[in-house]
Design a protein. Structure first.
Length: 88
């Protein structure tokens, strides 16, 4: 059987495909990879309000992937501008 490398996103089936659905959130390491910056820079951006508001799952800090993608498409506004754009 031909197995591909398990990247920690889920279990692999015999065809090498991940059998779990894609994660809806990203941790700081994943956000850094998505944005092409260091993890330290992600925390700086978060602390200065230059990223969308993170969510907490227990002690874990996560960002919604779809929101990050929309945030980048919008030109990376400040958190205050971003939240004002999404007030209903």
């Amino acid at each position: 059987m031909d197995y591909t490398k398990n990247t920690g996103t889920g279990e692999l089936n015999n065809s090498g495909k991940d059998s779990r659905p894609a994660a809806l959130t990203a941790n700081a390491d994943q956000v850094a990879a998505m944005l092409g910056v260091s993890v330290r820079q992600v925390w700086r951006l978060h602390a200065t309000g230059r990223l969308p508001r993170a969510i907490r799952l227990g002690h874990c800090v996560r960002w919604r992937k779809a929101e990050l993608e929309a945030f980048v498409e919008a030109g990376c506004p400040t958190r205050q501008e971003w939240e004002a754009m999404h007030v209903s």
